[in-house]
Design a protein around this ligand. Structure first.
Ligand SMILES: Cc1ncc(COP(=O)(O)O)c(C=O)c1O
Length: 440
């Protein structure tokens, strides 16, 4: 079977999603309101989710291994999270002032993540990284920032550089070019952003040292998420920590995704302490959220009783509904749940390698904690360039094939385990992959 056959199967299975998408196109450019969830020929439209499963407009249930891009560690409509939302909704959804849930969620994050001495909330991960960078600029008095090639930190200008690149635009692997990742990013933003090769400790150090006096911060995901769940080498992060300390730059870990890799996030796992941490996704329990925190002397820039002040606003920031959902989610995310999700992930990763081996299909499974990325290539995957070498048609074929067989992952072939999943769901994923590869 070819990619075309999988597309045909998909179209036969999902006529109502197609109709919904066609209707949507009349009002929403491209028929959706989020470029990242579009895939050809058209994306699915969903009606509801429960536990490990999600239903589409045609009534087809799939096991959801992506859970709104890893933001739902306990799956859909988790009873305790839903209860917290219902109870708060009955008391009001947003107030123009403080509320007790903010304080409680802030305390939980400070207790869980030792580098976070003070924290603030926002409405998205994008705002979280934006405020981290603004704080770093205010703190250091410098304008430039450095980021890793292939790192995704949301949609604001400073970080919309060298995220996803065509192979012709990537430049020298040891000295990547800074390239705008979308139309509309001003060249001034591109010029202010220095791009580092991911996981190349020697080359990245050299670039950082060349720009040392002008850089406010290095922002990095400890595991490249949207590039395919590619963990950083410990030595790479250790080098970033050292160079930042030596040259007065702040080290910002973007843990919007990776906070879920275990208690204390990826920083606890690596034993590396960033100055600031950006958070999002799961800390809002499925509602819109961002959070950022870290060293008290930097976070105090946001304190209006002191000065100089970095102003941060947002009408729905810290709203009690999101905060209540976040608290319920974190309370349930115990060390035991972290460990269980990780052991299921190990079973899945081993199974994916075994199933691909049955069909002589090369695969590299990356990831950490509950997260996995599937890369159908022989070469080890250390960065976004390695991941970009996969056969894109084959990747699409497996993505649509899995969907046709009842398994939902991200179109860039990553997923995460969730609390309502057990060995049965892992085996469903493996059986689906076996059927897809058998007919390829
Ligand atoms: C690592 C990382 N940082 C930041 C963001 C941006 O978060 P949001 O989509 O909430 O703006 C994302 C979103 O996928 C992310 O994966």
């Amino acid at each position: 079977m070819s990619l075309q056959d999988e597309v045909l199967r998909y179209e036969q299975q999902t006529p109502r999603s197609r109709a919904a998408w066609q209707e949507a196109r009349k009002y929403l450019p491209g028929g959706d309101t989020r470029t990242s969830v579009f895939w050809p020929p058209y994306p699915l439209f969903f009606t509801h989710g429960e536990g490990a499963r999600i239903w589409d407009e045609d009534g087809v249930a799939r096991v959801d291994f992506i859970n709104n891009f890893t933001s739902l560690p306990h799956g859909h409509a988790d009873p305790s999270v839903s209860r917290a939302i219902r109870e708060q909704a009955a008391r009001g959804t947003s107030f123009g002032g403080g509320n007790e849930h903010q304080v409680r969620l802030a305390r939980m994050l400070c207790e869980r993540v030792p580098s976070i001495e003070l924290v603030r909330f926002a409405n998205s991960g994008t705002e979280a990284t934006l405020n981290c960078l603004r704080a770093a600029r205010a703190f250091t008095g410098r304008d430039k920032i450095a980021k890793a090639e292939g790192g995704y930190h949301g949609t604001h200008d400073a970080v919309s550089v060298s995220v996803k690149m065509g192979p012709d635009l990537m430049g020298d692997p040891r000295r990547p070019e800074a390239v705008a990742s979308t139309a509309g990013v001003p060249q001034s933003a591109v010029r202010e952003t220095v791009v580092l090769p991911f996981n190349d400790t020697v080359a990245a150090r050299r670039i950082l040292e060349e720009h040392a006096g002008e850089l406010a911060a290095v922002i990095v995901e400890p595991m490249l998420g949207s590039a395919g769940m590619i963990p950083a080498e410990p030595a790479y992060l250790a080098m970033l920590r050292e160079v930042c300390s030596d040259h007065g730059m702040l080290l910002i870990f973007d843990e919007v995704v990776s906070l879920r890799v275990g208690p204390g996030g990826a920083q606890a796992r690596y034993g590396i302490t960033p100055d600031l941490t950006a958070m999002g996704k799961m800390i809002g329990g499925g509602l819109p959220v961002g959070g950022f925190g870290g060293r008290a002397d930097v976070m105090e820039l946001f304190d209006p009783t002191k000065g100089p002040v970095v102003s941060q606003a947002g009408t729905f920031t810290g709203n009690p509904l999101t905060m209540a959902a976040g608290i319920a989610t974190l309370e349930k995310l115990t060390p035991e749940i972290h460990a269980r999700q990780e052991s299921l992930r190990d079973r899945l990763a081993q199974g994916i390698s075994d199933v691909a081996g049955e069909f002589d299909v090369p695969v590299r499974v990356t990831g950490m904690g509950p997260f996995y990325g599937m890369h159908f290539v022989e070469r080890p995957i250390a960065n976004a360039r390695d991941a970009a070498t996969v056969d894109q048609d084959f990747k699409r074929q497996v993505f649509l094939g899995l969907m046709n067989e009842g398994i939902l992952v991200a179109s860039y072939m990553v997923g995460a385990l969730s609390t309502p999943m057990g060995e049965a769901e892992v085996d469903e994923h493996l059986d689906a992959l076996r059927r897809v590869l058998a007919r390829r």
